[in-house]
Each structure stands twice: as structure tokens, then as C-alpha cells.
Design a binder for this molecule. Structure first.
Ligand SMILES: NC(=O)c1ccc[n+]([C@@H]2O[C@H](COP(=O)([O-])OP(=O)(O)OC[C@H]3O[C@@H](n4cnc5c(N)ncnc54)[C@H](O)[C@@H]3O)[C@@H](O)[C@H]2O)c1
Length: 246
């Protein structure tokens, strides 16, 4: 067991990658606080505490962490998977409201969760955070302007925290997934496009290794980065993308 008895907050826990990550972390012996907008149907156990929260709201984020600590006494790790897509849109058609929403969910919410987690980690003299960005911030696609900017901000923020928190034994890393076979992928398709056609002709074709990334690929990379095997790895950006970023 690579995460035995360690307490992790996993956001976006009901998403494609989130569900697989929670499952893998439980298999590795972790205690998981599974956070999403809606956690209906997720069964609570000794090892799993589901919490519904909108992570763009400061007081809901505070509540997630205080509830987690009230139940398990500490926080060892935080995995920020929660995020939203942007349908490919020409820049002149992107509203300020759309821009602000994407930045708020993809960059501001991880700021709020990291800010809430760090005091508990400092108290423990250690911890690990992994933020999930996107390979599109290295190799942009047309029309994903706000999404890519939000993920670029998240990568810079992660590296800023990695240097700031190194002396406290807190590691902070990024995973950049390539196009992954989850519900989100459809969210990147422009209004007039057919998703099933784009999935094969654009997304799958863009991966040199010839297949979409699966949630288990991401979950396995997160187990590694959160485990002691990665105890000297911080500030790293791990592309889990079948070569899309090359
Ligand atoms: N799927 C892809 O192709 C792909 C590629 C690169 C990066 N990513 C990133 O990977 C992460 C996981 O993506 P996924 O494919 O599992 O997506 P998904 O849509 O299946 O899951 C995302 C989850 O985040 C939750 N969420 C959204 N806003 C929230 C909020 N305000 N508060 C709490 N929870 C919220 C959603 O309810 C959802 O369950 C995202 O950050 C995404 O940007 C995905």
C-alpha cells in the first residue's frame, strides 16, 4: 500500500478522472475526502468522506477542510481535479462572464483549496499537493483561449507554491493530461461541430501514441506523485499525454 492511512482531499471527485483517482487512492490505503458540486450516491465509509461543495466559494472551501480535519485530524494531501472546459470560441465572441467563470473554477478554486490546506500541512511538517492543468497550455488548440490561460496560471501558481513551501516539506506538482476519454472532452467542441467526429479526427489523432488518455493513466500518475516514491519531486510538471506535448 503506497498511501496507507494518509488523508487526501480530492476535488472533482465525481468526474471521469476523479472517480478513478478516488478508487485508486482507496486501493492504496488512503483515507479520501471526496469533494464535488454533487456527491449524491457516494457512500460514506471509514475510508471515504464525500462532501458537496462549490469550490469557487471561500466559505464552502473552508468548510471542506475543517470538516476533513474534524473527522481525520489532519490533511496529508490535496489533489485538485475539479475543472471546467471551454467550447472552442473565437476570442471576439468570448464574454467577460465566460472568461471570469473559467478562471474562477480552474485557477481561483485551486488557490482557495491550496490556501486552506497549507496551514494543516505546515502543522504536520509535510504534505503533498497536485494540481491538474492540461497539455493544452504547452500545445494550445485554437479557441480554447480562456481555458488555456486558466491552466497556465495554475502551472505558474503551482511552481510558485513549490518554491515557497519546500522548506516546510510540502511538495507541489502538476499533472498535464492530454485529451482524455471523459465527459469533459465533449465540452471543448465548438457549437457547430459533431463531437464523435472531432473525437476521432482531432483529439485521438493528436496523440502520437494513438489513443486517448484514460482516467486510470491520470490516477496512476497521481498515486506516484502523492507517494513516498516521489519524496524529492516538487515543482515538476508531469505530462501524461501519450506524447501530445512533444
Ligand atoms: N478530459 C480531458 O480531456 C482533459 C484534458 C486535460 C486536462 N483535463 C483536466 O483534468 C481535470 C479533470 O477532468 P475530467 O476529464 O475528469 O472532467 P470531468 O468534467 O469529468 O470532471 C470535472 C469535475 O469537476 C467538478 N467541478 C466543476 N466545477 C466545480 C466547482 N466549482 N466545485 C466543485 N467541483 C467542481 C465537476 O462537477 C466534475 O465532476 C480538469 O481539471 C480538466 O480541466 C481534462
Amino acid at each position: 500500500m503506497r498511501l496507507e492511512n494518509e488523508v487526501f482531499v480530492v476535488t472533482g471527485a465525481q468526474g471521469g478522472m476523479g472517480k478513478e483517482t478516488v478508487k485508486r487512492f482507496l486501493e492504496e490505503g488512503a483515507i479520501v475526502v471526496a469533494v464535488d458540486l454533487n456527491v449524491d450516491g457516494v457512500e460514506e465509509s471509514d475510508q471515504l468522506l464525500p462532501i458537496a461543495a462549490d469550490l469557487t466559494k471561500e466559505e464552502e472551501v473552508t468548510n471542506v477542510f475543517s470538516t476533513a480535519v474534524a473527522n481525520f485530524n489532519r490533511i496529508d494531501g490535496l489533489v485538485n481535479l475539479a475543472g471546467i472546459a471551454q467550447p472552442a470560441t473565437p476570442i471576439e465572441e468570448v464574454s467577460l462572464a465566460d472568461w471570469e467563470k473559467i478562471i474562477r473554477v480552474n485557477a481561483t478554486a485551486p488557490f482557495l483549496t491550496c490556501r486552506a490546506a497549507v496551514p494543516y500541512m505546515k502543522k504536520n511538517r509535510g504534505g503533498v499537493i497536485v494540481n491538474i492543468a492540461s497539455i493544452s497550455m504547452v500545445r494550445p488548440r485554437p479557441g480554447l483561449n480562456a481555458y488555456i490561460a486558466s491552466k497556465g496560471a495554475l502551472v505558474s501558481f503551482t511552481q510558485a507554491l513549490a518554491i515557497e513551501l519546500a522548506e516546510y516539506g510540502i511538495r507541489v506538482n502538476v499533472v498535464n493530461p492530454g485529451p482524455a476519454d471523459t465527459d469533459m472532452l465533449g465540452g471543448f467542441t465548438a457549437k457547430e461541430q459533431d463531437f464523435e467526429i472531432i473525437k476521432e479526427s482531432v483529439f485521438k489523432k493528436s496523440v502520437p501514441m494513438g489513443r486517448l488518455i484514460e482516467p486510470i493513466d491520470i490516477a496512476n500518475s497521481l498515486v506516484y506523485l502523492c507517494s513516498k516514491e516521489a519524496s524529492i519531486v516538487t515543482g515538476a510538471v508531469l505530462n501524461v499525454d501519450g506524447g501530445r506535448g512533444i
